[in-house]
Ligand binder design. Structure first.
Ligand code: KIV
Ligand code: ZN
Length: 529
């Protein structure tokens, strides 16, 4: 792991050439997972852990071993199977917690113990019932006794921000003297401001005597919406590690969002003179995997990974974007792994329509463009978003674009455990005529997707359903794996059932079109006998 840098030259006085390497400590699987509504199975945790390793986070907090046998098991599996990042477990200063962390992390020779104790008067008096001296001796004892048992030791002064400054410095000095490699300064309740954070880190860096490799770390909660700004201020003040989580999940309003803080450092390297080792092209996929695993998609307008983060609909914006992306974009969507960006709707102009058609392989002349543009505007007046599927239908005519047509879908489900969600589907296929099937699943949409697979005679699974309410309409996007290929389909309707059925239909039409195109090009390439 490259050594993070919290040298005293950090901040405003950094020289032009000094770009500091900031370590990214991810706590999605610990602080994130402990938040209500975000719990994950061990299988989900492992999948997320692999995606965090692909992102190249420096440290991954895999859980809190003493919290439950399930947490300990998940940490042990991550430690055994995931290589690259340092694998870490949280622990209180109690001997039992340290032993549980040790057992869980045994399989990794690249591990870290993360010890914490509350240092603020509120935590000392109301929660722990310990005096200042007792807290200091807990810190000293727990670190000295763990030294040598783990690759690295991190110490966190919980509620550091509301701790008296002299006592915070004393506690962190005891931790550094006892051998802690990382000194974490959490804003446990999301109370501080960027200005205070900057000043605090300058003070700590200047006044705590430590070995050269010892790093200051920031851990910010988002109660006032300032977790990312506060973490960035800590970096300017001298922090060498940022604790954060994918999509900003965590206790209450969450933690500093990894994707936001990483992209802020990258995009504004001129200002922060700092960078991370994160492979940013994996951010969008990691965010999507977490959303699927927890059933919580980030809001549409979420910075960096939200569905609208790179969407441009207004005609003037689209025109500017097509002339030069930088008119309205400060990051390349591909830098964070976001696929297509322009949303076609009633505000879109001819430039945007032509660009999308070219992307779909249609290079049409100016006269035809006039007609298609007029048809597009009429369609856009009735729909919020014109999809690729709609455009193919405009150019090719309904029949070529859509191999499948929906005749009827009926869903049956219920709230009782004995209810067996069932879908009856009737469709017309361009060549095979009318077909029907009954599908089953754990829910009505899975049952409907099963029915589609039966009529299409393919193996398939419903991987994701993304549903948003848009004023009166439901906007549904489905993701499926059909015959081993990932396909998506999208539709909007005031009735959720119709929207879901049409989204599935669009996905199956996309799949059929892809399969036909592949068969055609294989036939064209086949040698003539
Ligand atoms: O918010 C907090 O203080 C924590 C510590 C355990 C690091 O999550
Ligand atoms: Zn926290």
């Amino acid at each position: 792991m490259p050594q993070p840098d919290n040298s005293a030259t950090a901040g405003d006085t950094a020289k032009e050439s000094d770009v500091r390497r900031i370590a990214i400590f991810d706590t999605t699987l610990r602080d994130g997972e402990q938040a209500p509504g975000f719990s994950m199975t061990t299988a989900h945790k492992l999948a997320i852990a692999h995606s965090l390793a692909d992102l190249r986070v420096d440290v991954m907090e895999a859980g809190f071993a003493a919290a439950s046998p399930g947490d300990a098991k998940a940490i042990a599996e991550v430690a055994a199977q995931v290589t690259g990042p340092v694998i870490c477990s949280l622990a209180r200063t109690k001997a039992g917690d340290i032993e549980a962390a040790h057992r869980a992390l045994e399989a990794s020779d690249n591990n870290r113990l993360h010890l914490f104790i509350g240092t603020s008067p509120l935590h000392r008096e109301a929660k722990l019932r310990l005096t200042r001296d007792q807290v200091l001796s807990e810190i000293e004892r727990s670190i000295s006794s763990s030294k040598g048992q783990f690759g690295q030791i991190e110490f966190s002064a919980e509620d550091a921000i509301r701790t008296e400054r002299d006592f915070l410095i004393e506690a962190l000095q005891v931790a550094a003297d006892a051998g802690a490699d990382v000194l974490n300064v959490p804003d446990t309740v999301g109370y501080t401001s960027p200005e205070e954070m900057y000043e605090l880190f300058r003070d700590l860096c200047a006044n705590i005597k430590r070995q050269d490799h010892v790093v200051f770390s920031t851990h910010c909660h988002n109660d006032l919406g300032m977790a990312v700004a506060n973490s960035l201020a800590a970096v300017r003040g001298g922090a060498g590690q940022i604790e954060c989580s994918i999509n900003g999940i965590g206790e209450r309003a969450g933690n500093c969002a990894l994707e936001e803080v990483v992209m802020a450092l990258k995009t504004r390297a001129d200002h922060y003179r700092a960078d991370t080792g994160i492979r940013t092209q994996g951010l969008y996929a990691a965010s999507g995997l977490l959303a699927e695993s927890t059933g919580n998609a980030p809001p549409r307008n979420k910075a960096v990974v939200g569905r609208n983060a790179f969407a441009h609909e207004a005609g003037i914006h689209q025109h500017g974007m097509l002339a030069n992306r930088e008119t309205y974009e400060i990051m390349e969507p591909s830098d964070v792994g976001v696929p297509s960006t322009l949303v076609l709707g009633k505000h879109s102009g001819k430039h945007a329509l032509r660009a999308r058609l070219e992307g779909l392989g249609y290079d049409i002349g100016d006269n035809r463009m006039e007609t298609v543009f007029a048809q597009f505007k009429t369609l856009a007046d009735t729909k919020r978003e014109v999809t690729d599927n709609d455009l193919v239908a405009l150019i090719e005519g309904e029949d070529v674009a859509n191999i499948w047509h929906l005749v009827r879908a009926e869903l049956r489900t219920g709230t009782k455990a004995t209810a067996n969600p069932t879908a009856k589907l009737v469709v017309d296929h361009r060549d095979r005529g009318r077909l029907s099937a009954i599908g089953h699943g754990t829910g009505p949409f899975e049952a409907l997707s099963d029915a589609f697979c039966i009529v299409a005679e393919v193996e398939g699974t419903l991987d994701s359903i993304d549903a948003h309410q848009l004023s009166r309409e439901m906007d549904i996007e489905v993701g499926l794996t059909v015959a081993g290929e990932k396909v998506r389909g999208r539709s909007q309707h005031t009735d959720v059932i119709v929207a879901a059925a049409e989204a599935l239909l669009a996905a199956f039409n996309n799949h059929a079109r892809k399969t036909n195109a592949a068969q055609q090009s294989a036939a064209e390439e086949a040698p003539v006998a």
